[in-house]
Design a protein around this ligand. Structure first.
Ligand SMILES: *[C@@H]1O[C@H](CO)[C@@H](O)[C@H](O)[C@H]1NC(C)=O
Ligand SMILES: *[C@@H]1O[C@H](CO)[C@@H](O)[C@H](O)[C@H]1NC(C)=O
Length: 740
């Protein structure tokens, strides 16, 4: 039997875990992901998981489960104060509850201060519940009495942060809340079919051919990228990332060891934006637009989405001016908070951030100077730009993302604190759909790069791995195609008790999505001695949209790291073979129905619950590992660098702890179950592994004379796009078909 994850966890954080839930990782790596599959056979745990799943079902309707209703009616948080480890948090929650919280059916968004406070209060009572029983009762109570969106958010964040529930796989958000993933015409159709069925039509299973936004609207040529910006996998990835990394969460409070939170924030967005740029090139668009807050904003956005209560998402026309938007500007200062001043705030915060970088230090709230150009300075800058609880001074450097989202999203000021209509940018599920998202985050990336420009470039000696040389790289033929996927959107229809019980109406949204053929690649490395190495593999552009070669120093921020692993080099020739499934990118999430069936079968003992490790975290969809190719081929390049292995240094940890963590890291490389709380994921699906800065060696400016070391290699790859029927045909056939 292989190493047991939980035993290890207990050893390290000496947490009193009730039951070892993850039993056996199995002997072989899952062929579909870089993660191992894990099996769970603990029946008590599976029963708990099954109960948890029931709370997600038809989350927008009152529950019909009798035990939910019974608990909700009988349970009192107030008379169970002793059941929570943090009484203060409970009192705070009760304070909100007595004063009235966001009513049911109103729109919930964490980007509204008023609502965020309530969400945090709810998260805390769920998080501080002493045992699963209290947690579950509190959740049933909240599901019954509180706003649906608020419940869904806080409950999900609590689930993945509690030590007794973090390994419970969350059901796919696009099934739980289809309203934020499918256009109005699809949701409308689903509801029509449901109505027909209720009125006696026999057919009870429907499939709706769904399209991306461009189908009805011709707003801007860039909407042809909607297969990327509206992909359910890409958007849910961003949603899950934000559940694991809430910008408001104090990580020390929940004992997450993400030491370089600020730097990870940077790398996450840098990689996401770089990945989007690759997709733009495939579609012959170039640079992501830049903008000025005082100038007209070119790319409008029409969301084609509707809130469950019927309200439309606000839209933004092409060429709007932000400072003339009366609704975002010069209104009274009241419960609307500071949003009426978004335009000024965004300008002020950005200027202060630029000043801090040029000065080389930031001011704390007490006026002390904190140096930025010291070993953890970049991390500090990240905390500052994210505006998270580790920011040295949120009063001065503020919450840039929040106000910028409000301003760019072009949402209106509400007249009442609970009657809000947030823009797509003000929900994590829908942010990536708006072209403004990419322009905003590219802008933030450039601020980080402004910092990096002040650092010296890497020298030859820093980059070189003496005695190690990459002789050649070989990559399979790379082919992308679109295939269809059916998403269960039944949660978007309303059912009565009887229908709910029989559960035999189903409606699916059928949509084409980008995918690629599995591929392998080989790296031939010569080493003059046995040594431990780390291999990093990137994909990046070679030419811009006009076919001009992009200089490496300019191109470096466009490289997406898709593989990183430790490797024991032996003396002489080494052939390192990897395939596209070994990366930490994720497969499609298991559907709600399947999760429920697995849990159910597990409880009754007829089957073991088994799932992909990748579902317990967030990772970029493997389907998007490659940008879309072209019929006649689109050139990109792979970059590989083999570097000496340097054990990660853990920020603020004692030597003894360092050693323990090191042992866990080593186990990880032997293919252990990945534990997010110890090894946070960064970038699009790459884990913390060693001591190099994130994005190394592209993170600093490049001096061409030093950069091309023998232990690195650029390799041109051509990506072809095919019709799905053509994908499996022979290579020779493929080569002769790309006539125009
Ligand atoms: C999506 O497009 C197809 C044509 O490709 C069309 O038949 C279908 O009705 C559209 N779906 C919706 C929901 O409008
Ligand atoms: C190509 O063939 C493989 C293996 O037979 C199969 O799993 C895959 O679905 C096929 N792909 C397409 C797009 O038909």
């Amino acid at each position: 039997m292989r190493f047991v994850l939980i035993a290890l966890l207990v050893g390290i954080c000496s947490l009193a875990l009730a039951t070892p839930v993850v039993e056996d990782v199995g002997g072989t790596q899952d062929v579909y992901t870089g993660y191992h599959k894990y099996k769970i056979s603990n029946k008590d745990y599976l029963k708990q998981y099954k109960d948890v799943l029931t709370l997600f079902r038809y989350v927008h309707q009152p529950t019909y489960y009798k035990h939910h209703v019974d608990i909700a009616k009988e349970y009192s948080i107030e008379s169970n104060l002793g059941q929570y480890t943090n009484t203060q948090a409970v009192k705070e929650f009760l304070y909100y509850y007595r004063h009235g919280m966001l009513p049911k059916d109103e729109v919930f968004s964490v980007f509204y201060d008023y609502q965020l406070k309530q969400a945090i209060a709810l998260f805390k009572i769920l998080y501080y519940a002493k045992d699963f029983d209290t947690f579950y009762k509190t959740a049933c109570w909240a599901r019954y009495y509180l706003n649906q969106g608020l419940f869904l958010y806080s409950f999900s964040v609590a689930l993945i942060h509690r030590h007794d529930t973090y390994s419970m796989v969350l059901p796919p958000i696009y099934e739980i809340y289809p309203y934020y993933f499918f256009n109005t015409e699809v949701i409308q159709k689903a509801q029509q079919y449901k109505q027909l069925w209720t009125t006696g039509v026999q057919q009870n299973v429907y499939t709706i051919y769904s399209n991306y936004s461009g189908w009805y609207l011709n707003l801007h040529p860039e909407q042809s990228l909607s297969y990327f910006t509206e992909d359910i996998g890409v958007n849910s990835y961003y949603y899950y990332y934000n559940l694991y990394r809430p910008f408001w969460l104090n990580h020390e409070e929940v004992e997450i060891n993400t030491y370089y939170r600020g730097e990870e924030f940077y790398y996450f967005y840098q990689q996401l934006v770089a990945r989007y740029y690759l997709e733009r090139l495939s579609n012959d668009y170039g640079e992501i637009n830049t903008y000025d807050y005082d100038d007209a904003f070119e790319t409008g956005y029409y969301p084609s989405l509707r809130y469950p209560n019927g309200l439309e998402f606000p839209e933004r026309s092409n060429w709007v001016y932000f400072f003339t938007n009366y609704y975002n500007h010069k209104q009274s200062y009241s419960f609307k908070g500071q949003y009426p001043f978004s335009y000024y705030k965004v300008n002020d915060y950005e200027r202060r951030i630029r000043d801090a970088i040029d000065l080389g230090y930031v001011y704390t709230e007490t006026g002390e100077k904190l140096k930025l150009f010291e070993p953890h300075g970049f991390n500090t800058l990240g905390n500052l730009i994210e505006g998270n609880p580790h920011s040295p001074n949120t009063r001065f450097y503020g919450y840039l993302q929040i106000f910028a989202r409000h301003l760019l999203g072009y949402s209106y000021q509400p007249l009442h604190e609970y009657k809000i209509a947030p823009s797509a940018l003000e929900h994590f599920e829908t942010s990536l759909r708006d072209p403004a998202f990419w322009q905003l985050y590219k802008r933030l990336i450039l601020y980080f790069q402004k910092y990096k420009y002040y650092l010296p470039h890497y020298t030859y000696d820093e980059l070189v791995f003496p005695g190690v040389k990459i002789e050649s790289v070989w990559v399979d033929r790379l082919v992308t195609y679109f295939d269809y996927y059916n998403t269960d959107i039944t949660n978007a229809v309303y059912v009565n008790h009887n229908e709910w019980e029989h559960n035999n109406f189903e409606v699916y949204a059928r949509q084409y999505r980008l995918n690629h053929k599995p591929f392998t690649y080989k790296i031939n490395v010569i080493s003059d001695k046995p040594t431990q190495a780390v291999v990093r593999v990137f994909i990046g552009p070679k030419y811009d949209e006009y076919g001009r070669f992009i200089h490496i120093d300019e191109n470096r921020i466009n490289f997406v790291e898709f593989d990183r692993f430790k490797y024991e080099l032996k003396a002489g020739q080494n052939v390192i073979e990897r395939n596209s499934h070994q990366t930490y990118y994720s497969t499609d999430r298991t559907t709600y129905k399947q999760l429920y069936q697995y849990a159910f079968a597990g409880v009754s003992g007829t089957q073991q619950f088994s799932t992909h490790g990748s579902e317990v975290y967030y990772a970029f969809p493997n389907r998007f590992l490659l940008p879309k190719g072209k019929h006649g081929g689109q050139t990109y390049q792979f970059y590989v660098i083999v570097s000496p292995y340097k054990a990660p240094t853990l920020f603020g940890k004692k030597q003894q702890e360092q050693k323990q963590y090191q042992a866990v890291y080593d186990k990880l490389h032997e293919g252990e179950v990945y534990d997010y709380f110890k090894f946070p994921m960064v970038g699009l699906g790459v884990q913390w592994l060693d001591a190099y800065p994130l994005g190394y060696p592209f993170d600093r400016t490049i001096d061409e004379y030093n950069f091309y070391v023998p232990n690195s290699y650029f390799y041109d790859v051509v990506i072809y796009h095919k019709h799905s029927e053509e994908v499996n045909k022979s290579i020779y056939y493929d080569d002769t078909t790309h006539t125009l």
